[in-house]
Each structure stands twice: as structure tokens, then as C-alpha cells.
Design a protein around this ligand. Sequence first.
Ligand code: SF4
Ligand code: SF4
Length: 266
Amino acid sequence: MITVPKIEMHLAHACTLRCTGCAHYADHGLPGVLPLQDGAAWLTGWGARIRPVTFSFLGGEPLLNRRVPDFLRLARGLWPRARLRLVSNGLLLHRKPELWDVLGETGTTLTVSVHSRDDAYLARLRPNLELARARAAEIGFRLEERDSVEGWYKLYRGSGAAMEPFTDGDPRASWTACTTRHCVTLQDNALWKCPPLAHLPLVASRHGLGDRPSWQPYLRYRPLPLTATADEIRAFFARGPESFCGMCPARHTHFTKSVTGAPAPF
Ligand code: SF4
Ligand code: SF4
């Protein structure tokens, strides 16, 4: 069993928000939630190989997946000492009364990300945050409120079928500046370097980017399969910048995102 720092996994590609430039491409209207049967097979397989210090379920919006309690119990059973985290935008919390006790039972941290200062958005979120604070105090699970407004940037240029990778030509600088460089992602029963690479095949399929020469170097990325040796797993987690990081910006242009998917200002 190999101890690794951090793994994350989508329970849904879809989301209830469309934050411009989402690093998980949830603003592209990707469909679907992860079936429990598939996710359980991935988790069980990797649970026999690695022991993550932190494991996060997220998306998209993970609460679109009605099997969240099953996923939390399964992960806790596999990794009794892991810091287990559920990352949600919070907008569906009022519809999930069954969630609170499971968070307590599994010792899961609920991280609610806050995406805008917009009044109408905050009016929707506020009651759910108050509900989460009350349940956390009552049941004893840990609640984090994460500001996801400041420092927001896009990892590609353009949008939709016109999206293009960056061409700054300095993958090391892109990796050094990257805020998701430690977010190894479990997807399709394999470990991927980060969310933008893990979910690129899906977004490429949605927009027909598969034949676009500019995306070819990045669509050739191959994740680490479950059949990897222990040395290969250790080497995977020790990788720093790779050529694939060239698709991301070497310098970030921060902007105020729209949570409803309006185009970014570049
Ligand atoms: S809430 Fe926004 S940032 Fe989070 S997954 Fe959905 S679209 Fe992406
Ligand atoms: S490809 Fe590299 S720079 Fe881009 S998001 Fe992944 S780790 Fe970060």
C-alpha cells in the first residue's frame, strides 16, 4: 500500500452553475453522473493499491449524484484515516436531508465553494450555508467555506468549439503557476495528472476537438492504469512539470467570472 498525498474524483460532470472557465469544464454542459457500480469498482481497485492522505469527491456538482452517501461510506471503509472531503457549491444542500448524518458518520469535511459576490446568487446560497452551519454544529462534521471568486483564471483560450490551448511555450512556468497541479484525478479507473487533462477527452468529444491539430499533443496524454507497478505509482506522484502543461497559461489573467456561463473577457 502506497501513501499518496491527494486524490479527487467527479461524482457528476454536470453542475448547477456554469462558472466561466471552470477547470473541470462544468461550464460546457457536460452531462452525466457517475454510476455507483462504476465508481465503486474504481475505488475498490485503487483502494487496494494506494492510501490517500486526502480524498475529495467533487464535480461538477457532486450532489447531483443521489448515491453520495454510498460513495462516502465506501471511501471511508477503504481509507479509515484519510481526510475525506465533499466539495459542493451548496445550492442543492436543502434537498439532501439524508446527507448530514452521513457526513458525521463518515467524518467527512463538507467544503462549500462560494463563486460570486452577486446579490441574486448570494440570496440563493445564504439559506443553505446557514443550514450547513447549523447541522455542522449539531452533528459535529467539519464545514469549510471556500472563496472561489478571487484569483480566478482560465486554463484555455476561447470557448466552446472555438476553445484552444495556450501557446506560451513554457510548461514549467505553467505548472509552477497552476492551482490544480496537485489535484490527481481518478477517472475511468485510472489516475490523471489533473482535472483539465482528465476531463479533456469529454470536452473534446462534446465540441468535436478530436481532429484539431492544436489539441493533439494534449489528447495523447495517457493516465496511470490500475496495472501500474508500485514504482510507477511512486514516480507518477513525483512528476512535476510535463510537456502537457504547455496547454495552460504561463501567466494568469484574473477576471471576475460569471456563474451562469457568460464568455470570459478574452
Ligand atoms: S460550481 Fe462552478 S467551478 Fe464548481 S464545478 Fe460548477 S461550474 Fe465548476
Ligand atoms: S496540465 Fe499541468 S499546468 Fe495544466 S492544469 Fe494540469 S498540472 Fe496544471
